[in-house]
Design a protein around this ligand. Sequence first.
Ligand SMILES: NC(=O)c1ccc[n+]([C@@H]2O[C@H](COP(=O)([O-])OP(=O)(O)OC[C@H]3O[C@@H](n4cnc5c(N)ncnc54)[C@H](O)[C@@H]3O)[C@@H](O)[C@H]2O)c1
Length: 471
Amino acid sequence: MEWVENNYLYQSDEITESLNYLSNSFQFMNIEFFISQIEEKQYKIGIIGLGYVGLPLMWTFHQKGMPVIGYDIDSQKTENLKKGIPYIKHLGKDMMQVLAGSDRCDATTDFSRLTEADAILMCVPTPLDHHREPDMSYVEQTTRTIGKHLREGQLVILESTTYPGTTQELIIPLLEELSGLTSGKGFYVAYSPEREDPGNADFNTAGIPKVVGAHGEDALKLAQALYDTAIVETVPVSNTKTAEAVKLTENIFRSVNIALVNELKVVYESMGIDVHEVLDAADTKPFGFMKFTPGPGLGGHCIPIDPFYLTWKAREFEKHTRFIELAGEINTTMPIYVIDRTIQALNVHKKAMNGAKVLVIGLAYKPDVDDMRESPTFKLFDLLKGYGAEVSYYDSYIPVVLPTREHEEWIGTQSVTWNRETISSFDAVIISTNHSDIDYGQLAEWSDCIIDTRNAMKGIEPKAGGHIFKA
Ligand SMILES: NC(=O)c1ccc[n+]([C@@H]2O[C@H](COP(=O)([O-])OP(=O)(O)OC[C@H]3O[C@@H](n4cnc5c(N)ncnc54)[C@H](O)[C@@H]3O)[C@@H](O)[C@H]2O)c1
C-alpha cells in the first residue's frame, strides 16, 4: 500500500518504522509505560553474573512470572542452567530444572543479546587485588560490554558490593561515553546492594528488603517498581552512593562485631570461661545486645573484603578507618590462635605438630554451603603445613579443591572419606566449619583429640582418654 502526500511517496513499511520510532521515543519519555510493562510482566530482566547472587536473583524474578535472561562469561554455568544441572549445591536441583524447562528463562554467553533485556542487573565479583585494594576489573569490563550494546530506555542496576561513588563516578560516565546516551534521558541507572545470605534457610532473596538508590527520580521510580514485583519491600534512599554505603555499613558492622567476640573468646579462654556460654546467656537480654559467634577467622566473598572498599575510598578524603583495620587484624590472626591451641592439644597427647596427621573438618567458609572463597581453613592448611603437619580435610560439600584465583597449591586436594578407619587415623581433628550433615557424636567416638572452633561439640563428651579443646 502507498500514499502520496506533499509530493512524497510513502511505503507502508516506512510508515510503520516511523511510527514505531515515534512510539518508542514516546514510550521512553513515558516512565509509566515501562512500569505498566513491569506490571504486565512483559519487562525482560537480564542478569549478568550467574553466581551465588545472580542465580537466586534470576530465580526470584522468574518465580514472580517475569521473563529473565542470564549472561555469564563462564559457558559452563550458562550450559548447566540451560540443561538444569545444579552448580551451586545449596540452591538444589528443582530450581535448576524449573529454570531449564521454562520458556521465560534463557542463558547465554553472547553479550550482543543484552539488547533483549529491558533491565540489566550486574552481579559480578568485586574482590580485593594483591595489594588488598578494590579490584574493579569485573565491574568495569561488564560496564564496557553493556555500554557497547546499550539501547534507549534500558535500566542498568549494579548489585555488586562496592565503594560509595562507584555508580556515579565509574558506571555512568562509561555507559554515557560508550553509548552516546545520557543517564536519566536516554537510559536509567540505579544501585541496589545484594543482601543474599547463601545457605540461610530463614531468608531468601524475595524475603529480604531491598535498598535502592538511583540517578534521578525516574530511575528510582522504575527500579523500585521492578523490585516491588519480586521483593517483600523496597527501601529507597536518596542516591546511589548512599545505597553503596548502606551495604558496606552492614558488612563492616558484622566484621567489627565478629572481631569483638573473637577477641573475647581468647581472653575468656585464658580465664577458663566458655565464651559460648557467656554469649548464649547475654543473648537473653531482650534489648541492646545482638549475638555474634566467634570462629576460626573470617571467610566468604563479603565480610573479609567489603570493609576494605571503604578504607580505600576513605583515603581519598584523608580519613582513616581504624575500627575496620583493627577488626581485620583480629579476624585474620584467629587461625594462628587455632593452630596454637592445636599444638597445645597435641602436646597433651604427647605428640608434636611436626609430622602429626591433622584433619580439618569444613573447607567451606560457613555451614551448609559449598563456597570456599576466603575460607580461613586455607589459612589453617598453610600454617599446619608450615609446622610440618600432614594436612587433610573433610567436607561433603566440597569433595575436591577446584581451581580458584588463590590457594594454588591446594587445588586438586580431595576430601577424605567419612568412616571410622579414616577419621580415627588422625592425630588431631580441627573443626573449622560446623556443617550440619556431620555426626559430631560419631566424631567424638572416632577421634581422641578434637579442636573445636565452632562450638559444634557442645554437649558431647569426649571418648575415654580423649579430649575436646575449644579454640
Ligand atoms: N555471595 C554472597 O553471599 C554475596 C552476598 C551479597 C553480596 N555479594 C556481592 O555480589 C557480587 C557477586 O558475588 P557472587 O558471590 O555472586 O560472585 P560469584 O563469583 O558467585 O558470581 C559472579 C559471576 O560473575 C561472572 N562474571 C565475572 N566476570 C564477568 C563478566 N565480565 N561478565 C559476565 N559475567 C562475569 C562469573 O563467571 C560468576 O559466574 C559481589 O560484589 C559480592 O560482593 C555476594
